[in-house]
Design a protein around this ligand. Structure first.
Ligand code: SF4
Length: 266
């Protein structure tokens, strides 16, 4: 792989520009992998190399190559656009980023999202026995071959719900930090009429909240004995959803490239 190859890939009309900016990064479940250049690049570069094995030397070597390549492209683009990378005051940038992050962390939506992450952790930490009981129960159902039961389906449904909750557990908070941080930076008045990047980040956070609510609803069906605790979590999430919609009234209508736009060619 080289710079020319990446540039050629970027010009391929089958890829939707910027599709990966407002997705949930859950490529395994993404319906638009064939339209995503980011996905194509990672497949191309890491396929068959046990890429996800953190101990794999090849993986880190390839990542290092990608880093060098990216750096070269950044320098090239900066030169083309007349940006002097050496003139940037890194300390000032770091200070600004830190103060924006501090402010973002104090926003109500971010605080509620962070406490949601902790609630998820607490619930799963305390639910070990519940899952063991459920596994025993499902095994028994398999052995008894009861006519009205479908333990495999039940197990798959439970696993899906857990996967969804775990995937979005921290994602929502991180997206809020990005959105709030972005909205705290000044928007030039001439760009006011354009869709805001922060609304795009909030939209995917809202989708993650909706999906998490649905997944907790499924968990509730599997563990009716946990009604009170699960209701607390659901109320917390619903409150977060409503606060977010009120703080970012345009987020729901933000059009995400590929996912919400008409550009869905096969
Ligand atoms: S758009 Fe889909 S394939 Fe591309 S990075 Fe996002 S989740 Fe992965």
């Amino acid at each position: 792989m080289d710079k020319e190859y990446i540039k050629k890939l970027a010009e391929d009309p089958k890829f939707i520009s910027g599709i990966y900016n407002y997705c949930d990064r859950w490529c395994e479940r993404c319906p638009l992998t064939s339209r995503c250049m980011n996905f194509a690049l990672s497949e191309e570069h890491f396929d068959d190399l046990q890429a996800l094995d953190m101990n794999n030397k090849v993986f880190w070597q390839k990542l290092s190559e990608m880093f060098q390549l990216t750096l070269e492209m950044v320098k090239e683009t900066a030169k083309e656009q007349g940006i002097d990378l050496d003139s940037i005051d890194l300390q000032a940038v770091a200070d600004e980023q830190e103060s924006i992050r501090d402010a973002a962390e104090n926003y109500e939506c971010a605080r509620v999202a962070k406490s949601y992450s902790q609630m998820v952790k607490d619930w799963f930490d305390s639910a070990g026995d519940l899952f063991e009981e459920k596994a025993d129960d499902l095994s028994l159902q398999v052995q008894l071959e009861l006519p009205d039961s479908d333990p495999a389906r039940e197990a798959a449904g439970l696993k899906d719900a857990v996967d969804v909750i775990r995937w979005y557990q921290h994602f929502i908070y991180v997206k809020f930090l990005r959105a709030i941080g972005g909205s705290l930076k000044e928007t030039p008045p001439c760009l006011d009429e354009f869709p805001k990047d922060s609304d795009g980040s909030v939209k995917i956070a809202l989708i993650a909240i909706d999906r998490s609510i649905a997944a907790w609803g499924q968990i509730r069906q599997h563990f009716p004995q946990q009604e009170d605790k699960l209701l607390d979590i659901l109320v917390h999430l619903d409150r977060l959803r409503r606060k977010t919609e009120s703080a970012f009234p345009n987020a729901r209508s933000f059009v995400r490239p590929g996912f919400d736009s008409a550009d869905k060619r096969d």
